[in-house]
Design a binder for this molecule. Structure first.
Ligand code: ATP
Ligand code: MG
Length: 428
């Protein structure tokens, strides 16, 4: 027998038993974003390769080795999006959304990176990303961080820490970069292979190394935060004052740099130690140079993206139940006449009670077997339509979760009212 097909390595199926938690997470995020006045933007999954090369930067891990790039039938080089900021910026420029106006936007969906798959790190993963354009001050940085803090509270996630840093202006970073290269070059022998490669392409990324053997050499490296330009310094101080006023705690992490090139000033990450090595659940910052880099005017931008696989894993650990998708009622149909009438009855109930979750038994079988299914389904009520009920336009209703509950017989046109009174249809 041929081996059954398997999903591509690093790409996961989200099975029915898990999807409730995903939906619940997505619903909560949507509610919080709406409460802060953010609008959804839906973007293509494919973009021209050049867009990512230009915005993310040629010498980043993503562009150097993580993109799924291919030629389409015309020979154009296309790439499965590795992140959402570039496409969002492209769409805003293309549709003129940045002319003398501010935008508060979010998007959700799959991202693709050719990484080494491991717990919390996949080749297809999902992000919800948030982008705010046209606001240069620290107030919007603070708003975004407050939004994420509120989200964790709403989700019941406690073991999370905010790490904060500033990367300064790009001019200040150029000077710092030179000092950093000089420092690392002097300690070349202590650098691992990755870092030696990065030394002349993307030296800031060395600070972000995950190799424990590099800890000492990184710890003694010069600190960018100590030599911020005056404007970035003022921006950072005001952001910290705003976060203090809002009661959002943070840790300063001068080694925090982002994997992507386009950041300036504020960078932040929410991290947890409950997930093992891949502990960053949300990462973001300011990228005032991005829009210009893509051919637009100078437009301030700040945003973040959160990794949904990691958030779902955290929710599972706090036994967040997810949205309730068990049926309220299970319709048992015994006999040929009942099977025919059952569909009509079920459709009428769904018309009358749009939020009722009714599972109709399909596939025939005797009463006992059907009743077992009803019980296993988690439904609160079994509705039973047998030969006698069909003859008298009745239906029997048996409570399944309440051991005191007696079976009663109702006229078919009374069931909706009865279920409504039992407050079934009001549960989401
Ligand atoms: P790292 O340095 O760990 O590779 P990154 O800088 O590449 O992180 P971002 O591009 O900022 O990560 O992505 C934002 C968030 O998306 C991450 O904090 C994480 O929660 C999630 N994420 C990123 N890559 C993956 C992946 N391969 N699998 C699952 N989640 C991911
Ligand atoms: Mg990465």
């Amino acid at each position: 027998m041929a081996k059954p097909f398997q999903a591509i390595r690093g790409m996961n199926d989200i099975l029915p038993g898990e999807s409730a938690r995903w939906q619940s997470l997505e619903t909560t995020v949507r509610e919080v974003l709406a409460a802060y006045g953010y609008h959804e933007i839906r973007l293509p999954i494919l973009e021209k390769t050049e867009l990512f090369a230009r915005s993310i930067g040629e010498v980043t891990d993503i562009v150097e080795k993580e993109m799924y790039t291919f030629a389409d039938r015309n020979g154009d080089s296309l790439t499965l999006r590795p992140e959402g900021t570039a496409g969002c910026a492209r769409a805003c420029l293309e549709h003129g959304l940045l002319h003398h106006q501010t935008q508060r936007l979010w998007y959700a969906g799959p991202m693709f990176r050719y990484e080494k798959p491991q717990k919390g790190r996949y080749r297809q993963f999902h992000q919800i990303g948030v982008e705010a354009y046209g606001m240069a001050g620290p107030d919007i940085d603070a708003e975004l961080i407050c939004l994420t803090a509120r989200l964790w509270r709403r989700l019941g996630l406690r073991d999370v820490t905010l790490q904060l840093n500033s990367l300064g202006s790009s001019a200040a970073r150029v000077a710092y970069r030179e000092r950093l290269v000089a420092y690392f070059a002097a300690r070349h022998a202590e650098l691992d292979e990755d870092s030696q490669r990065r030394l002349h392409t993307n030296p800031l990324r060395i600070l972000d190394t995950k190799n424990p053997a590099m800890r000492a050499v990184v710890a003694e490296a010069p600190v960018l935060l100590d030599e911020l330009d005056a404007e970035s310094q003022a921006h950072f101080e005001e952001l910290r004052a705003l976060l203090d006023a809002a009661g959002v705690a943070y840790e300063l992490n001068p080694r925090l740099v982002r994997g992507l090139d386009y950041y300036s000033k504020t960078v932040f990450e929410w991290v947890t130690d409950t997930l093992g090595a891949q502990g960053t659940i949300c990462a973001g910052g300011r990228y005032d140079g991005l829009i210009e880099q893509l051919g637009g005017q100078t437009v301030a931008g700040v945003g973040f993206a959160m990794g949904l696989e990691r958030l779902v894993a955290m929710l599972a650990a706090v036994s967040h139940p997810g949205v309730d998708s068990q049926p309220h009622a299970y319709l048992i149909l015994v006999g040929d006449a009942a099977q025919r009438r059952g569909l009509v009855l079920a459709e009428r109930l769904r018309e009358q009670l749009p939020t009722l979750r009714l599972r109709m038994h399909c596939g025939g079988g005797g009463f006992k077997a059907q009743f077992r299914r009803a019980d296993h389904s988690g439904a609160r009520f079994a509705l039973i339509l047998g030969e006698d009920e069909v003859k008298t336009d009745a239906v029997a209703l048996k409570p399944l979760r309440d051991s005191q509950g007696e079976q009663i017989t109702l006229a078919q046109d009374q069931i909706a009212a009865h279920l409504r009174a039992a407050a079934l249809a009001e549960r989401p």
